[in-house]
Design a protein around this ligand. Sequence first.
Ligand code: B4P
Length: 190
Amino acid sequence: MLNLILFGPPGAGKGTQAQHIIEKYGLVQLSTGDMLRSQIAAKTELGLKAQQIMANGDLVSDEIVVGMIKSIVHNDKQAKGYIFDGFPRTVKQAQALDSLLAEIGEGISQLILLDVNDDELKARLLNRGKDSGRADDQDVSIIENRIKVFKDQTIPVMEHYAKFNKSAKIEGVGSLDEIFERIISVIDKL
Ligand code: B4P
């Protein structure tokens, strides 16, 4: 299996690039952000818990997101591999993911960081916020909090996989095609 973590700060292009990667490599995309937003739209108990946390730009609890991922990985026996988009966001989530994959005799093949500077992130997210309807994309102070949360709680995930030589960093500024080519050149070396 090819199991990739698409990694980066909010607005780095994870969701955008994941679409192209799944088409080329036939992987299953698991975006915890999308899963949480569908729970909110369906007004489930889980969605109600996550809604305010996400609107503030904070992280939903590890238990909730790990539980969502677990149920899919355990039930999908046909997958050629996964692209984890927006997950793991804490070292605890990374450890839970490693154990989950080990249970099916698998592991993470590579983490790929899309490196983008803070000014570009803010501009992209505010731009998306004009028509996305996402509360977390419409307020600079919330976007700044999301970037801070990434630096404080999520960067250690990259260090966790670097210990196993499984972290790669690519430039995340440029056209969508240029960035996709950079990602392909990392994947094709695996
Ligand atoms: P996510 O849904 O993961 O939100 P995101 O980081 O904003 O998305 P993404 O990074 O994929 O967006 P993209 O760059 O593609 O999470 C939202 C919230 O959910 C979190 O804050 C948290 O509360 C919660 N959550 C999710 N997962 C969690 C977890 N594991 N643990 C705890 N909480 C969790 O796109 C951004 C914009 O940039 C788009 O408009 C796009 O068109 C544009 N763009 C992309 N590439 C570009 C390029 N090359 N040039 C110019 N613009 C570009």
